[in-house]
Design a protein around this ligand. Structure first.
Ligand SMILES: [Zn+2]
Length: 157
């Protein structure tokens, strides 16, 4: 590789910084593979549950789908889904109208998805991010909730 002019090298540095920032933002936005969700999946798996992930054919593409237990679990970030906890009550100081609208819309959509899923015969559980530390309490509670149903042999569609 030849020596590049200074200005071009500066451009590359800027681009690299932008890419890093962008991917950091994308990671934050993409909620499907977050740490808390992975932790709950691991904990449920360790307790013998088997599941599908992010089934896009179901309303709201639930994070964890357990056909055998006719159950779906959403792992929700407190801020994005308006949990009734200190983190969920936070509204950014700037663009207040935008955020209020956006977060209310999220919460509204969550309610609609849950209703649609129940109408299809699914049990629906929301696990909040703030409930996952430590993980065991939340995983045990979810496991108890799952086992409240009699497992089906063929699974639920
Ligand atoms: Zn919370």
């Amino acid at each position: 590789m030849g020596k590049k002019p200074l200005s071009e090298r500066a451009d590359e540095r800027t681009t690299a910084t932008m890419d890093a920032t962008r991917s950091r933002i994308m990671r934050a936005v993409k909620s499907s593979n977050t740490g808390p969700e992975r932790a709950l999946r691991r904990a449920l798996h360790a307790r013998g549950f088997r599941f599908r992930l992010n089934d896009a054919s179901l309303p709201g593409a639930p994070d964890i789908v357990l056909p055998r237990w006719r159950a779906v679990i959403f792992v929700h970030g407190c801020f994005w889904h308006r949990h009734d906890c200190p983190r969920g009550a936070r509204t950014p100081a700037t663009n207040v109208d935008y955020w209020t609208r956006k977060l209310s819309r999220n919460a509204e959509r969550d309610r609609e998805n849950a209703k649609a899923l129940r109408a299809l015969g699914w049990r629906v559980r929301i696990v909040w991010e703030c409930e996952l530390k430590p993980i065991d309490g939340a995983a045990n509670a979810a496991a108890r909730w799952l086992r409240r149903a009699t497992p089906t042999r063929r699974g639920h569609r």
